[in-house]
Design a protein around this ligand. Structure first.
Ligand SMILES: [Fe+2]
Length: 167
């Protein structure tokens, strides 16, 4: 073994199939961009919510934004751990995230919950679709994304219960 390959094997975790390093990094990058996309619409709605439940929705939104930012950090750091530097800047997020933008105007509280519930559910589904493919390449990365899906699906439930009979 050359010095260089020893150094590489010390610095980077071995994947089952090292050729998939780029592919796994790319999948993590898209998930990162989705999470940043969610955190941006979350803040937008945190500012634009109106109505009788505005205060509680306003506060709830900051909790969700905090959770999305934390998850984004874990996902990005998993990518760099594998030797892939993901792009979490505005232009990359606007290309990579499929989170639908929200209207730029005041939005009534129950409509905020409904709009969010749809987007969180869709994002959870998109990350879920990646799980099997990522698991085939790297189980440890799959574990990171399982945490993301678990959190998004829990948020989906918390949003759904707030809709009550509107769900
Ligand atoms: Fe605020």
């Amino acid at each position: 073994m050359s010095m260089e390959s020893v150094a590489n094997s010390v610095q980077l975790p071995p994947l089952d199939n090292p050729h998939e390093r780029q592919a796994v990094g790319g999948e993590l990058e898209v998930v990162l961009q989705e999470l940043i996309g969610l955190s941006l619409i979350g803040k937008q709605l945190h500012w634009s919510v109106i109505g009788p439940a505005a205060r509680s929705v306003h506060l709830f939104l900051d909790e969700l934004v905090g959770e999305w930012r934390e998850l984004a950090d874990v996902v990005a750091e998993r990518a760099v751990t594998l030797g892939f530097v993901p792009d979490g800047q505005a232009s990359a997020v606007s290309d990579g995230s499929r989170v639908e933008p929200v209207p730029v105007r005041s939005v009534v509280d129950h409509a905020v919950i409904w709009e969010l519930a749809r987007r969180v559910a869709a994002a959870a589904e998109r990350v879920r679709e990646r799980l099997a493919r990522i698991g085939a390449a790297d189980l440890v990365t799959q574990d990171v994304l399982v945490d993301v899906v678990r959190k998004l699906e829990q948020q989906q439930w918390l949003l759904r219960v707030q809709l009550g009979d509107r769900a």
